[in-house]
Design a protein around this ligand. Structure first.
Ligand code: FES
Length: 118
């Protein structure tokens, strides 16, 4: 299953945005960041306690804009692979998701739905 997220130009270089689907126990939250022209998508769930990374909507990056930041306890993750380099879950990683750009839109390739349908 493919889910359009936003126009590609709405996620500029050095930016990060969150997207949510469903509600209640079916809520799925995703964060997408752009670095060096590439897109990186992850479950918006910190490997420490599973809480969303953004303490405020779309506040995903640290002050320098160099790492994804968990607003709960300050864990920092490399944008390019989701690896935690600092904080209570150091050594763990965010769960990577696949995104692509189709006709100018960023599209999430929902791996969980695909696995369920096999
Ligand atoms: S919940 Fe993210 S660092 Fe604790």
């Amino acid at each position: 299953m493919r889910r359009p997220l936003c126009r590609a130009e709405d996620l500029p270089e050095g930016g990060a945005r969150g997207f949510r689907f469903g509600s209640g126990p079916d809520l799925e939250a995703v964060v997408v960041a752009r670095k060096a022209g590439a897109l990186f998508a992850y479950d918006n769930a910190c490997p420490h306690l599973g809480t969303p990374l953004d303490f405020l909507p779309d506040r995903f990056l640290d002050r320098g804009g160099t790492h994804l930041l968990c607003g709960t306890h300050g864990a920092r993750f490399r944008i390019e692979d989701g690896y935690c380099v600092d904080g209570p879950c150091v050594g763990k990683s965010l769960r990577r998701l696949a995104v692509t750009v189709e006709a100018g839109e960023i599209v999430l390739v929902d791996q969980r739905v695909r696995l369920r349908s096999i």
